[in-house]
Write a protein that binds this ligand. Structure first.
Ligand SMILES: Nc1nc2c(ncn2[C@@H]2O[C@H](COP(=O)(O)OP(=O)(O)OP(=O)(O)O)[C@@H](O)[C@H]2O)c(=O)[nH]1
Ligand SMILES: [Mg+2]
Length: 285
């Protein structure tokens, strides 16, 4: 374990993401607006410069997904920060039934003029929207919520959706599901770590033991009580991150043969606890 490392070297930009971005570039002219999914646990870190560029001046509805996993009051300033002339931001729980109704209403609202113009010509108008975001942000879940049916494949790991898929919600709304996309190099390590913590970067390309070490360091800065109460440990002023890691290992009985502490196993437990919300409601940004 590199205890003094500041550079995380986290990177995941496989070929399927380049391909997906190219496909999305082709489709962008066919859509009226964008549903841009951002994980509420790290919404600012989730903003992909490639997607922002792709969106150009299309209207954007930022969807702060997984808001059930954070403290709504703490999310509010971030939500407001994302509201501009060209965009609105809405926090929701994508697995709560019918939570997308507000998004549908907002979309109609934003495109009111276009809908009205078509109506006057006696034409029907279907809103076409592209659903974008980083891997595991809840894009496909959101689409299924709109449809009240499992029309797309979802899963609790990044990289589930591999190709674009048009989904008709009803005669008024057609959605394009897209694969989660990242970008070739992260601006800073904090962003990279946040994306790794929330499960947007596949664990196979990560050193999860180092990641858990960094996670402990970041969480202690935020609120050490979260670790104290989950793992039933006492964190003292003079404890180093490694001391805390040791305490969690012991508390969770992560001991390998020969009585060594099993940091790898403990790292898995810590990251899983965070990702499943067992450490409490945490906003990393
Ligand atoms: N608690 C909670 N879980 C959610 C929410 N939205 C999605 N999830 C879960 O997050 C995981 C990822 O959801 P997906 O819809 O597959 O994510 P995606 O953005 O399509 O992922 P890729 O296709 O890999 O890019 C699943 O386990 C969902 O059940 C939410 O609002 N709250
Ligand atoms: Mg998906």
């Amino acid at each position: 374990m590199e205890h003094n490392s500041t550079k995380s070297n986290i990177n995941w930009f496989p070929g399927h993401m380049t391909k997906a971005l190219r496909e999305m570039e082709k489709e962008i002219k066919n859509v009226d607006l964008i549903f841009y999914c951002l994980d509420a646990r790290a919404p600012i870190s989730c903003i992909n410069p490639k997607l922002t560029k792709l969106a150009g001046n299309k209207k954007i509805i930022y969807v702060l997904t997984k808001c059930d996993m954070v403290d709504y009051k703490k999310l509010e300033p971030l939500r407001k920060q994302l509201t501009t002339n060209n965009s609105v931001a809405i926090a929701l729980n994508g697995i709560e039934s019918n939570s997308t109704k507000i998004l549908y209403d907002k979309a109609k609202n934003l495109l009111e003029n276009k809908i009205e113009q078509k109506k006057q010509k006696g034409l029907n108008f279907s809103i076409k929207a592209m659903v974008v975001g980083i891997p595991n942000a809840g894009k496909s879940t959101l689409i299924n919520n709109f449809c009240r049916k499992a029309k797309t494949i979802t899963g609790n790991k990044p990289g589930v959706t591999r190709g674009k898929q048009w989904v008709t919600v009803d005669e008024g709304l057609i959605l394009l599901d897209t694969p989660g996309t990242l970008w070739p190099s992260f601006e800073n390590d904090k962003i990279a770590r946040n994306l790794a913590y929330i499960g947007s970067i596949k664990d196979e390309v990560l050193d999860t033991t180092n990641l858990a070490f960094d996670f402990i360091k970041d969480i202690v800065k935020l609120d050490k009580n979260l670790l104290q109460s989950r793992y039933n440990i006492e964190i003292n002023q003079e404890d180093t991150t490694l001391d805390i890691f040791d305490k969690i290992c012991k508390s969770r009985k992560c001991i390998s043969r020969g009585n060594e502490l099993d940091y790898d196993k403990c790292a898995g437990i810590i990251l899983d606890d965070f990702r499943k919300g067992r450490l409490g409601k945490i906003i990393l940004d």
